[in-house]
Ligand binder design. Structure first.
Ligand SMILES: *[C@@H]1O[C@H](CO)[C@@H](O)[C@H](O)[C@H]1NC(C)=O
Ligand SMILES: *[C@@H]1O[C@H](CO)[C@@H](O)[C@H](O)[C@H]1NC(C)=O
Ligand SMILES: *[C@@H]1O[C@H](CO)[C@@H](O)[C@H](O)[C@H]1NC(C)=O
Length: 441
């Protein structure tokens, strides 16, 4: 039984007029498969090579039961002819690396179409006493299974193989393979000295012992009732921390009544304070936060916003009062014409201000208008940070019903002109959890 591999076509070059040149099989593929699917077979396209060039084919198989990684490159080469050769760079049991290489100069001579030459079914192994996490992935190694190692390979390996070939734009390989598994020696030496296989350069890096890995991601959600209805808060990406850092998870909830917003971040951090706080309580605007730090792998694993909303006061729906205030909650600034609502009983003033938030992969001003209980109310009591977020609150003024605008003595208003509008600074790459929300009308 064999599986067919579909190969990505890199491109076709046209033969130069008057030049006799070879046609070679041409293609490139990488895949992670179940070992039990071996041997594999593949189909490639063809390319016309320039004069003097030869055809090459290279197959690398990294085996880490129950999975294997296969990388295949065929095409033109300047290299000298070389008989088909199978090399065992690292012998099993446990992790193993085997390659097949060949260079030839006849039409379509690089015609290997199965992994059979590299396939040596391993004899049954005697299980030892050491157990290791086992992973083989081009993505990441979150929550991998532990397996009992064969007696001969009683060390755990944890590293990354970097495979590169062909720097030409549009044609090349740049693979990053995360590897965890059983090996016969300690240390960072899966490659056993191998630096090149055919056109492919290999390099490995290992995390030093004790490096902490944390979940990484941001959440940004705007919808009604976030202070009552929990939402999912998971992160599928991971981050390796620098020395001295810990894992953190931070949630900030702002609820002005008809609208609420939840901003959250998971990742590594030097911040070491943790707290669950209600910065501003109902009646009126609610601001609450949850911050946790911890120092074991993947410990920042809260899966929903219930970690915060379960500790919030749950008053019965407040009776309406007599005050009316504009209501707004916006990433960026509130427009001049916010909806006006009747405030709950117990509130006496309208609040208008902004919380500028920066850190943990997020940068955004949050414009806030709503009802508050005291004329001097600030929402954050001049706090400067909440978990991984640096926060700055600026209050614009206090409107008393039936009175002209009077300036609040508490907080002068620094210029935040540069912060108008939404800017989201994301960690290199796509955030793992970004919920899209409707814009403030
Ligand atoms: C690999 O294939 C075998 C046999 O088909 C199956 O029992 C096993 O669960 C598979 N393992 C993985 C990791 O997919
Ligand atoms: C490492 O490479 C050497 C020679 O290059 C070889 O003799 C040895 O068997 C290899 N070790 C393993 C564990 O494959
Ligand atoms: C929010 O809660 C109120 C009352 O508790 C309910 O009437 C409303 O439908 C909810 N809105 C959403 C979008 O769930």
């Amino acid at each position: 039984m064999s599986s067919a591999l579909l190969l990505a076509l890199l491109g076709i070059t046209r033969p130069l007029p008057g030049v006799r040149a070879l046609n070679c099989h041409w293609g490139i593929a990488q895949t992670v498969r179940n070992v039990s699917e071996q041997p594999f077979q593949w189909k490639t396209s063809q390319q016309n090579c320039g004069e003097g060039l030869g055809c090459q084919e290279t197959v690398i198989i990294t085996q880490n039961e129950p999975l294997l990684y296969l990388l295949l490159i065929k095409g033109c080469t300047q290299a000298a002819n070389q008989e088909a050769r199978v090399t065992e760079h690292r012998a099993g049991p446990g992790l193993s690396i085997t390659s097949y290489t060949r260079v030839c100069r006849e039409n379509l001579c690089n015609d290997l179409s199965t992994s059979l030459p590299l396939w040596t079914p391993l004899p049954p192994t005697v299980p030892g006493s050491v157990r290791c996490p086992v992973c083989l992935s081009t993505e990441g190694c979150l929550s991998v299974p532990e397996m009992t190692c064969p007696a001969e390979s009683s060390h755990c390996y944890n590293g990354v193989l970097h495979l590169t070939a062909g720097e030409r734009p549009g044609g090349g390989v740049r693979a990053r393979l995360k590897v965890q598994g059983c090996i016969s020696q300690a240390g960072c030496n899966l490659l056993n000295g191998t630096q090149e296989i055919g056109p492919i350069s290999l390099r490995e890096t290992c995390s030093p012992e004790g490096v902490l890995t944390c979940y990484r991601g941001i959440i940004l959600q705007m919808s009604p009732n976030l202070s009552r209805d929990p939402v999912k808060w998971s992160a599928s990406r991971e981050q390796q921390c620098n020395p001295g850092e810990v894992c953190q998870e931070t949630l900030l909830l702002i609820d002005v009544g008809p609208r609420s917003i939840l901003l959250g971040s998971k990742g590594c951090s030097q911040v070491r304070t943790q707290a669950t706080s209600i910065h501003s309580r109902p009646p009126g605007v609610l601001v609450a936060s949850y911050t946790r730090v911890c120092s074991s792998n993947y410990c920042n694993s809260a899966a929903s916003s219930s970690v915060l909303i379960n500790v919030l006061p749950r008053p019965a729906a407040p009776a309406p009062g007599h005050l009316q205030c504009p209501i707004c909650l916006a990433l960026g600034s509130c427009s001049q014409s916010s909806n006006v609502v009747t405030c709950p009983k117990g509130t006496s003033h309208c609040y208008k201000g902004e919380i500028f938030l920066q850190g943990g992969g997020l940068v955004s001003p949050v414009g806030i208008q709503g009802c508050v209980a005291h004329p001097s109310s600030t929402l954050l009591s001049r706090m400067k940070s909440i978990g991984v977020f640096d926060v700055t609150e600026t209050r614009e003024g206090v409107t008393e019903v039936g009175h002209p605008l009077i300036q609040s003595g508490a907080a002068p208003v620094p210029s935040l002109a540069w912060a108008v509008g939404l800017s989201l600074a994301l960690w290199c790459g796509v955030p793992s959890l970004l919920t899209l929300f409707p814009h403030d009308p």
